[in-house]
Design a protein. Sequence first.
Length: 328
Amino acid sequence: MAVKIGLDAGHGLHTSGKQTPDGIKEWTLNDKVCDKIMDMLADYDCTIIRTDNNEGQIDEPLSQRVATYLKAGVSAFVSIHHNAYTGKWNGATGVEVYTDREPLKADVTLANLIYGKLTTYTGLKGRGVKKANFAVINQNKVPAVLVEGGFMDSTIDYKIITSDKGQTEYAKAVAESLIEFCKLKKKTPTPKPTEKISVIYQAHDLPKSKWLPDVKDNTDYAGNLKNAIDAVRANLTQGNIWYKVHTKKKAKWLPEVKNRGGYAGNFGEAIDAVMFKTDTGKKIFYSVHEKVSGRWLPEVTRYNEKDTRNGYAGNFGKEIDAIKIRIV
């Protein structure tokens, strides 16, 4: 069974005062680091439980964040943050890792692992492993730490924490520590089949209330441009495919569907986002066409409703009228 790990981008986009002096929100910096951690752990047998709002639009209550990762049964929890001193440019600098004031032995072990790697990889000053009464890690049931990866208002730290390299080093320190702490194992690769795998899929035309013809791979698209679609269904010539759709009307993801055991969608409710995954060992690429803008959105490869960049195809609130899928 995959190990579960709790991960948290602290605060939200609209949390007062949590930003660099030139206006970069702390959640934005935290989220970039979290995304990199998730990518680094993607090949390991673990499931990431994100406790922050996936768009950063809501600063989830700390008690709710704790309840989320405890209910999920995580083996460890890490809250990603960036520090601030005065809110105006200054010379404060360094990284630090916090445990609860009365930490578990495991809290201290995880904190020390992250702290050692963080100072080494980022090159920033080490301010120590410290104790504080932070509500998001104050539960003494599972190992939990809070990381401050540099000062947002620092003339020293700013160029590091806002750079892709600096964010990658921050993420690497946390990811490697979690791999060691949780004894994560790499996933066993699925043998690649020798024969070509094709995907066959259909879209349901909302205004005409009918299923449109099947499409194979990306030789065409499933849909009828200018008419919103309200359901999809798919299968593979070999292996399994899972998929979900998000509806504009209810603004939520509907239950997952496997192969053609049914269809994903509600007739009469336009779809504004979709996601697909397979167990074939091959990579799936999918994209959607927006009805109003009349444009194809970039291809997506992952399956994660919390990943707004590469976890699903579509923009909430904007109806879809066609889909393309290919497997490589």
